[in-house]
Design a protein around this ligand. Structure first.
Ligand code: EPU
Length: 429
């Protein structure tokens, strides 16, 4: 169903909110289950649309997936024989569907995955995934909209230098290398906590991986299949960071539970520079903002740099700050679509290439806007809370893809936010 958020402005968020497992980890962990025959159990699974899509995708490969949203678990029963073709209808909804490429190639010696869809945030190449698999002996080509990969004689170890520490390419190569003959070294590997979680689960399953969390990851292939395990997904640092910025933007007081502050060092430092009081707690952190935020400059970079997935939130915070700031986006060129939507709420934002200059205004004013991706959608809802009057955010499904019960959590923090059917003509995604 096509839905939108209706947000009453001038809200101050107050209370506590609990974070579930990370979207960008759990989707890959579900794909990893393909490397083991038997039942894999994942815990702290977020109740989000992307998990439903990934479950459907694994079902089409012959697995039997049960997601229990109340318990936060997913069980994935993988048979002895699995399919190797992933059709377009499911894959186009989900960027993370490319995560099945590595496991399928490792296990079946072949994989056909439709070119993925996902967010509208710019071009999202696969050249590093492909170059890595080719270095390991695979033949890869694009045919009729599918990535077709074959390694009839199995994969072998290789030294792979990534041009850029790509999250997806690091994961694809790691997942393919665990059953390859010999040792694969990934240089300039991505170090995101999600990537570390995937490597950790692979090790629990019997894989041999050294250098987890560093930019040089060494994977020595093992023979046979891996073993199914019971694994708890790392907390979602982007969701935790979203709540932290939401507290600051609404001059609120929010305690974020089940969050690892050490995964958010730079965003929390920026929030402190903007005037927020941050208290790190054993189970998470608390963010209190009493005054209008001060402007903060931000440059997005791979982890441990400032995450591109929190860029929209820092723009929204700067939009109500008492000065001017520059935000530079280095990963996804399409992410400034959000900045244009924010101007509909009265924000002063000018973009030029990779840069956005934001001049804070004392108050935003509510308006109908459209979400272009998960983070843009969530940040528009939060900006609506800081606006005068009512804001409508269309294309709510983007937010449902990545945030568990976003409106419900906002209501529990004292806001008046509802989700309703959307028959407006603004819906164009
Ligand atoms: N890139 C290439 N070639 C490749 C791989 C990547 O050119 O072979 C480029 C991309 O086009 C992009 C940049 O490198 O410009 C970064 O891509 P990366 O591979 O690091 O990102 P990703 O794996 O596609 C994941 C998350 C994103 C998150 C980024 C960066 C998943 C499913 N998605 O994407 O999350 O922004 O890492 O941290 O894990 C989101 O959750 O909203 C989201 C978009």
């Amino acid at each position: 169903m096509v839905e939108r958020f209706r947000i009453a402005g001038e809200a101050r968020l107050s209370g506590s909110v609990e974070v579930a497992g990370a979207k960008n980890s759990v989707l890959k962990l579900m794909a990893l289950a393909l490397l083991a025959e038997g039942t894999t159990t994942l815990r702290q699974v977020p109740a989000i649309l992307d998990v439903t899509f990934m479950a459907q995708l694994l079902d089409t490969l012959g697995c039997s997936v049960k997601v229990d949203t109340d318990a936060g678990t997913a069980t994935i029963a993988v048979p002895g024989e699995i399919g190797h073709q992933c059709d377009y209808e499911l894959v186009r909804k989900l960027r993370a569907s490319i995560s099945v490429l590595g496991p399928l190639l490792a296990r079946c010696g072949q994989a056909e995955v439709a070119l993925p869809g996902g967010d509208n945030i710019g071009s999202r190449g696969l050249n590093m995934h492909v170059a890595g698999l080719e270095a390991m002996g695979a033949k890869v080509h694009i045919e009729h909209g599918f990535v077709v990969a074959e390694a009839p004689h199995g994969l072998h170890g290789a030294e792979v230098w990534l041009d850029f520490p790509s999250v997806g390419a690091t994961e694809t190569i790691m997942m393919a290398a665990v059953l390859a003959k010999g040792t694969t070294v990934i240089e300039n590997a991505a170090r995101e906590p999600d990537v570390q979680d995937i490597a950790t689960m692979l090790v629990e399953m019997g894989a041999q991986i050294e250098g987890i969390g560093t930019s040089r990851v060494e994977v020595t292939g093992v023979s046979g299949l891996l073993q199914p395990v019971d694994h708890t997904v790392v907390p979602d640092r982007i969701v935790a960071g979203s709540w932290a910025f939401a507290a600051a933007i609404t001059k609120g007081d929010v305690t974020v539970l089940n969050a690892h502050a050490e995964h958010l060092e730079l965003p929390l430092d920026k929030l402190q520079k903007a005037g927020a009081e941050i208290t790190v707690l054993p189970e998470g952190f608390r963010v209190v903002m009493n005054d209008r935020p001060k402007p903060v400059d931000v440059v997005t970079l791979p982890y441990p740099g400032f995450p591109t997935d929190l860029q929209a939130f820092v723009i929204a915070m700067n939009a109500v700050s008492d000065g001017a700031a520059m935000v530079t986006e280095n990963l996804f060129e399409g992410r400034f679509t959000f900045a244009q939507e924010l101007t509909r709420l009265g924000a002063h934002v000018q973009t030029d290439g990779h840069h956005a200059v934001i001049r804070g205004v004392p108050r935003l004013s509510g308006a109908p806007v459209v979400a272009s991706d998960i983070r843009a959608g969530a940040a528009l809802v939060i900006a609506g809370l800081a606006a005068e009057g009512e804001t409508l955010v269309s294309a709510a499904h983007h937010v449902h893809r990545g945030y568990t019960d976003f409106a419900g959590n906002l209501r529990r923090l004292g806001a008046d936010v509802t989700v309703e059917p959307d028959d407006s003509e603004l819906f164009w995604h």
